[in-house]
Ligand binder design. Structure first.
Ligand code: AMP
Ligand code: MG
Length: 352
């Protein structure tokens, strides 16, 4: 199947059967686009070595051309096999040994094989080996590295189900493989090894604590927790864009349970919702969207994007009061996504 940029495409829904993965692999080899399940979020897959195919990803998503893509391979050995980087740093071997396959993306100096569309003009490339069986089979079957950003329209929450992908991408891409819900639910951790010291650019399923225990010193990029200053250059261009934002106004409330409940209940009406912990649900007087238990950070990561999309499904919701996640472990990834959804609007309830 050849994709046509002008005509709307008839998006095929595929299962994760062997036959359907073969169909999807053929679409990729022919230069088309496929929604692909991974353990983090659904990806929008194209042949990473075909610049023309990769450029269709940017078009389908409405993604700014200066935001590079992650290249997915099926094993560490593929990096050499496809000659993706100039040199594999020793620290990349150590990280790969420990965390691949899994939700960790490593940035290294790119080789000339990587099309400019993938690296968005940078001299580095981001590489990951996903652990999801369907993603791994698709990469092997396509017999090429796969470039894949999250399969959402640019600016929207990342998709964690095939239905989310369909809602955003129907008629823009050739096919979607339904591999069920993504287990992690937030995008991969991104670490760069292209600078002097390892630096965390985006928190995700592999935590900063894990990276530090494996490598020793790991810096955290300012953009992880803070809004980039006007005119500053982003180490990870994705961090500079408005992201994950539902249409409603999201405000993060920092503070204990009772303060949160009192604040929200005194402002509740039909246009208000609470993005909260499971323990808060019974005590709140407005619509609630639970991210799971206060201590259950895995559940918070798993459910965040689905709940953000749920906000868009209810036209009545104009304001969302979100509880502030704890930033330890995978909580750092949840906080990083939520402050972007909130446009960095955080109210400290202990200070009012
Ligand atoms: P997505 O897959 O949509 O979550 O986007 C990939 C993320 O990885 C974006 O935030 C990109 O800016 C980042 N990224 C990809 N390649 C590079 C690179 N070579 N250098 C820095 N960041 C990168
Ligand atoms: Mg994305």
């Amino acid at each position: 199947m050849q994709s046509n940029n002008k005509e709307p495409l008839n998006t095929l829904m595929l299962s994760s059967s062997k036959e359907d993965i073969e169909k999807a692999a053929k679409i990729i080899r022919d230069g088309g686009l496929v929604g692909m399940p991974t353990e983090t979020v659904y990806g929008l897959a194209a042949d990473a070595l075909n610049g023309n195919a990769v450029s269709k990803i940017f078009k389908a998503k409405g993604r700014p051309g200066d935001n590079p893509l992650i290249v997915h391979v099926s094993s560490f050995e593929d990096i050499e096999k496809y000659n993706l980087v100039k040199k594999i740093p020793e620290k990349a071997k150590i990280l790969a040994e420990k965390y691949w396959p899994g939700p960790l993306t490593i940035i290294m100096e790119k080789s000339d094989i990587i099309p400019g569309e993938v690296s968005a003009g940078l001299d580095t490339v981001a590489v990951r080996v996903p652990s999801h069986k369907v993603a791994a089979s698709l990469i092997r079957e396509a017999k090429t590295p796969i470039a894949a950003p999250s399969a959402n329209l640019s600016g929207s929450p990342s998709p964690t189900t095939a239905q989310h992908v369909f809602n955003d991408m129907n008629s823009r891409i050739e096919a979607i493989i339904d591999g069920g819900e993504c287990s992690v639910g937030v995008e991969s951790t991104v670490i760069t090894l292209a600078g002097e010291k390892p630096r965390l650019l985006r928190p995700g399923g592999i935590t900063l604590e894990q990276l530090r225990s494996t490598l020793g010193e790991v810096e955290m990029d300012d953009a992880v927790l803070h809004k980039l200053k006007e005119g500053a250059t982003a180490a990870s261009p994705g961090m500079k864009y408005k992201h994950y934002a539902p249409k409603a106004n999201v405000v993060i409330l920092k503070g204990g349970s009772q303060k949160y409940i009192d604040y929200v209940n005194s402002r509740c009406d039909k246009n208000t919702a609470a993005l909260c912990w499971e323990e808060d649900v019974e005590k709140l007087k407005c619509k609630t969207l639970s991210m799971g238990g206060e201590k259950d950070k895995e559940s918070q990561a798993h459910r965040l994007f689905d709940e953000l999309r749920e906000i868009d499904n209810d036209e009545n919701i104009k304001t969302v009061f979100a509880r502030c996640p704890d930033t330890k472990g995978i909580g750092l990834a949840v906080y990083n996504r939520l402050i972007r959804a909130a446009g960095f609007e955080v109210i400290d309830l202990e200070k009012i």
